[in-house]
Write a protein that binds this ligand. Structure first.
Ligand code: PGA
Length: 255
C-alpha cells in the first residue's frame, strides 16, 4: 500500500517574510491528522532554513528545488546536497521541466544529481513529462520511457524504492489545463510497467509516482483517486494556504 505524497513546489516565489506568512497560514488551515499522507514544502533556497525552523513540530517536511552533484568547490551559484540537509531538508526536486527547459538539464545530468542525492540521504522527487508537441505527435510513451530510463540509469532497486517520481506533462504546468485523471493514470501505468521491467513487479508496486500540472483544490480528488496516482506535485495552488490545504484534505480523504 503506497502512501500519498503532496509536495508544494514554490518555485521562485515567496521572500523571507512571505515564507513565514504562508507557513503560519498552513499551520492554521491544515488538519494535522494526515492519515499517513506525507506533506512536503519546497521553498526557494533563501527560505529553507526559516521554513525548517517554523515547520518544527508540524507534519510538514522540507525540500529543496534543485542541487548540484558535488559536495563543495568552485561551482558559483550552486548548492550541495549536504547544504540542503544542513538546513533541515529531507527531499529535493530534481529535473523539473523548468530546469530542463530554461537551464538545459539533460537526463544524464539529472541522473548524476539523483545518485548524489540518494548517496547523501536526501529523497529525490524526480520529474519527467512530455511537451505539448510531443503529445500531439503521439510520442508521449517514447519520451517518458527515455526520460525514466535516463534519470534512473544505474540506480539499484533498493534505491528506486526510496525516491519519488513525478509525472508532469509540460503542457499542463502553470497553464490551468491539467491532464484528465484518465490521461494521468495512463502514463502512470506506463511508468509502473517500465519500472516492473527494470526492477521487478514488487519494486514497481512500491514506487511513489506523483502527478503534477495544474493540480487545484477542485481537481485534486479526481486525480488522486486514480489507482496509480500516489500524490501531487503542486505549483501555483501551493502558494496560498487555503488552496494547498484543500489539496492535502483531498488526499487524506481518499485513504
Ligand atoms: P502548476 O506547477 O501546479 O503551477 O502547474 C506544477 C509544477 O511545476 O510542479
Amino acid at each position: 500500500m503506497r502512501t500519498k505524497v503532496i509536495a508544494g513546489n514554490w518555485k521562485m516565489n515567496k521572500d523571507f517574510r512571505q515564507t513565514e506568512e504562508l507557513i503560519d497560514g498552513l499551520k492554521k488551515s491544515v488538519n494535522f491528522d494526515l492519515q499517513g499522507v506525507r506533506v512536503i514544502l519546497c521553498p526557494p533556497f533563501t527560505s529553507l532554513e526559516l521554513a525548517s525552523r517554523i515547520a518544527k513540530g508540524t507534519p510538514f517536511a522540507i525540500g529543496g528545488q534543485n542541487m548540484y552533484f558535488e559536495d563543495e568547490g568552485a561551482f558559483t551559484g550552486e548548492v550541495s546536497p549536504g547544504m540542503l540537509k544542513g538546513v533541515g531538508c529531507q527531499y529535493v526536486i530534481l529535473g523539473h521541466s523548468e530546469r530542463r527547459q530554461y537551464f538545459g538539464e539533460t537526463d544524464e545530468f539529472i541522473n548524476r544529481k539523483v545518485k548524489k542525492a540518494l548517496a547523501t540521504g536526501l529523497i529525490p522527487i524526480v520529474c519527467v513529462g512530455e511537451t505539448l508537441q510531443q503529445r500531439e505527435q503521439n510520442i508521449t510513451e517514447q519520451v517518458v520511457t527515455t526520460q525514466v530510463r535516463g534519470v534512473l540509469k544505474d540506480i539499484s532497486a533498493e534505491n528506486v524504492e526510496k525516491l519519488i517520481l513525478a509525472y508532469e506533462p509540460v503542457w499542463a504546468i502553470g497553464t490551468g489545463r491539467n491532464a484528465t485523471p484518465q490521461q494521468a493514470e495512463e502514463v502512470h501505468v506506463l511508468i509502473r510497467k517500465l519500472l516492473a521491467e527494470l526492477y521487478g513487479a514488487a519494486t514497481a508496486e512500491r514506487v511513489i509516482i506523483q502527478y503534477g500540472g495544474s493540480v487545484k483544490a477542485d481537481n485534486a480528488a479526481d486525480l488522486l483517486w486514480q489507482p496509480n496516482v500516489d500524490g501531487a506535485l503542486v505549483g501555483g495552488a501551493c502558494l496560498k494556504a487555503d488552496s494547498f490545504s484543500a489539496i492535502i484534505e483531498a488526499a487524506t480523504a481518499k485513504k
